[in-house]
Design a protein around this ligand. Structure first.
Ligand code: SF4
Length: 441
């Protein structure tokens, strides 16, 4: 059995804060411990990279596993820092076997310098085999690897939350003071069979896989017993199977598993009032929904079907219930005009969103939009923002950034009183450390 180092390299750009860590590494930790390995975890997205301390640590390590992540999770790549760490590890101790895995390896399978094996698939079923082969200097059989897929998500153990630092569990880092009560992530399903053309997730999974409801409830028992107060359900789309999502919420309510807890989740807007009522009863405090645009031609371009009137009614209903709604929007489609941007911004202002994210359309590796670009436009970039400079719409990049910046200032100012009233009636969206007060924006 080996001493194994699991590493999350630091993101290359520190973008707007949001809670999170790599659940993938936590699943690997559980699997490797079950196989009898000793696991040490270093998360350089929250802690400082101290090369002296790392050198000392490496003297006890036989295998280092580095996650090469993709944009949506930490909102920045970490692959160059991953390459730096691989180089550092091999130069410190040549005998250490190095493995890279992660969404970036699936999106762009390649040889990575100083990495002994790049695992370009979901790693959980294959990791023990790859480690065994590397340590025994045996050839890794690609055909065997191809059979090591997760058919039943319930085969996975619960992620190993014991390896997380207090920083990670309280929303802090070396750059940011901890503010949240004990917090964690949970994943009840992977994938989403919706067809949004900008969605990068389609690049690393083309199937939808879900845990049984019993598994989810059992994991929530574990989470509750461990004293977590904020839980982010980090499924790609928690309500892709709306009936199942409702059944999970009903069980959480009946088993009183989320009392005193706050839950946040992401969902498409194909939900209904019953879902919102159940969510409220289960202590879901935040729902993040993708709407993208209010222009039907643009929605058609994104391959997204949304009934805007129905969406407005649902958001108003969620607001009455005291559920905080985050709306996600994109500007910059090829047919975008001043009028369509104005229409989208007016819609946002009219409706009681508690927070919005407005992004510039990004053609990201893995998305259908990116795959349809001619090669000369991709120019080996992993993503290309839509703007006049890239000939993907008529608006200069700076102009789009300014439009968003100005709008966000207006939006934030306009919601201040609404937020204060809502928080005083229903409480804050997240539980805070030691009862401190920190608004969510
Ligand atoms: S609903 Fe969300 S997860 Fe599903 S395809 Fe669209 S953007 Fe991706």
């Amino acid at each position: 059995m080996a001493n194994i180092l699991l590493v999350y390299p630091s993101p290359e750009v520190q973008k707007q804060w949001r809670f999170g860590f790599s659940l993938n590494l936590l699943y690997l930790s559980s699997i490797l411990k079950q196989a009898g390995h000793k696991v040490i975890f270093k998360d350089y997205s929250v802690e400082n990279l101290n090369l002296e301390a790392l050198t000392e640590l490496l003297s006890q390590i036989e295998v280092a596993i580095i996650e090469f992540d993709s944009f949506p999770l930490k909102r920045a790549l970490n692959i160059h820092n991953g390459e730096f760490l691989a180089n550092f590890i091999k130069h410190t101790n040549k005998g250490i076997k190095t493995i890279a895995f992660g969404y970036d390896c699936i999106l762009q399978p390649r040889i990575i310098p100083n990495i002994d094996y790049v695992l370009a698939q979901e790693p959980e079923k294959a990791i023990a085999y790859v480690i065994k082969c590397l340590l025994a200097k045996m050839e890794i059989n690609r055909q065997d690897l191809g059979t090591m897929k997760i058919e039943d998500l319930d085969d996975l153990p619960f992620p190993d939350r014991t390896i997380l630092s207090s920083y990670a569990e309280h929303g802090g880092s070396i750059y940011r003071k901890s503010t949240l009560a004990k917090s964690t992530l949970v994943q009840t399903s992977r994938g989403c069979m919706n067809t949004c053309r900008f969605c990068q997730r389609k690049g690393w999974t083309n199937k939808y896989n879900e845990h049984s409801i019993d598994y989810v409830i059992s994991e929530f028992h574990d989470i509750t017993a461990s004293g977590y107060k904020n839980v982010w359900i980090c499924d790609d789309n928690f309500t892709f199977n709306l009936n199942r999502a409702k059944k999970i919420l009903k069980r959480l309510i009946n088993d009183r598993l989320t009392e005193g807890m706050h839950i946040a989740l992401s969902s498409w807007i194909r939900i209904d009032r019953e879902f919102l009522e159940l969510a409220k009863q289960a202590n879901v405090s935040v729902i993040s929904v993708g709407i993208e645009s209010t222009n039907q031609e643009i929605l058609k371009f994104y391959n997204k079907q949304i009934n805007l009137d129905e969406t407005e009614k649902l958001i108003r209903f969620a607001d009455q219930l005291g559920v905080y709604i985050v709306g996600n929007f994109i500007i910059g489609a090829p047919m975008e005009t001043e009028n369509t941007i104005n229409d989208t911004f007016e819609y946002i202002m009219r409706i009681p969103f508690d927070q919005v994210n407005v992004k510039i359309l990004d053609y990201m590796l893995g998305s259908k939009l990116y795959s349809e670009l001619p090669d000369d436009k991709k120019n080996s970039e992993r993503h290309i923002f839509a703007c006049k400079e890239t000939a993907l719409n008529d608006f200069p990049m700076e102009y789009l950034k300014n439009r968003i910046h100005t709008f966000m200032k207006e939006f934030t100012a306009s919601r201040r009183n609404h937020f204060i009233n809502k928080a005083s009636r229903f409480g804050l969206p997240y539980k805070l450390l030691n009862g401190g007060v920190r608004p969510h924006r």
